[in-house]
Design a protein around this ligand. Structure first.
Ligand code: GSH
Length: 196
């Protein structure tokens, strides 16, 4: 999202898997979670709040659509991503480096997938793509980008419209950077590499 805003920034990557790292993280982020944005005196520690803040300080980037009807729709689907899809999050954890063969999707996760597909199809039909709200990527594309990587990691069957959207997202320079950074991470996530 910060890259999309065009504001120069630096990133501090923290480990979260040891007690020491968690103690250090507490000093950096009150929720002991990432991401957290620091901008001058301003501290924002929640993804959706970060997106809204970036939209306020970098309005020209149009992180939210300029049309109020589209903006409301965009906020609704960002909110749905932010607060929902717990079965998908739990059973298809994000793991860009991995490619899981013959993954069996749990029925509750399939309901989440079906809902995401319906959201994407609705947006891509209404606003004619290639991004969810038309020609320009918005916070919604950023919010659903991790889902795109999950669908690829777990080989989820998608209709041609959603497949094309996934390809479109993965072809953006920001996603190429993200994938390359993930590939360059030295360790595999062992607990995510178990056979299901
Ligand atoms: N509502 C928060 C949730 C943040 C969150 O769950 N972050 C995860 C990574 S996506 C995290 O920090 N996990 C590390 C841990 O649980 O130790 C947000 O969207 O910013």
């Amino acid at each position: 999202m910060v890259k999309m805003s065009g504001i120069p920034f630096s990133e501090l990557v923290v480990a979260s898997d040891s007690a020491d790292a968690r103690a250090e993280l507490l000093l950096l982020s009150p929720s002991i979670l990432v991401p957290k944005l620091s901008h001058g005196q301003v501290e924002v520690w929640d993804t959706l709040a970060i997106g809204e803040y970036l939209n306020e300080i970098a309005p020209k980037a149009q992180l939210l659509p300029s049309n109020p009807v589209r903006r409301a729709h965009c906020r609704a689907i960002c909110g749905e991503m932010h607060s929902g899809f717990s079965a998908l999050r739990a059973s298809l954890p994000m793991n860009i480096k991995s490619k899981v063969k013959s993954f069996k999707v749990w029925s509750k996760a399939q309901l989440d997938i079906d809902r995401i597909v319906a959201i994407w199809q609705d947006c891509l039909t209404k606003y004619k793509g290639p991004f969810l709200f038309g020609k320009h990527p918005t916070l919604a594309d950023a919010m659903y980008a991790p889902v795109v990587t999950r669908f690829i990691t777990y080989g989820i069957d998608l209709d041609p419209v959603c497949q094309k959207y996934c390809q479109q997202i993965m072809a953006t320079s920001l996603m190429k950077e993200w994938r390359e950074a993930a590939q360059a991470e030295p360790d595999d996530i062992e607990e995510l590499e178990v056979e299901f």
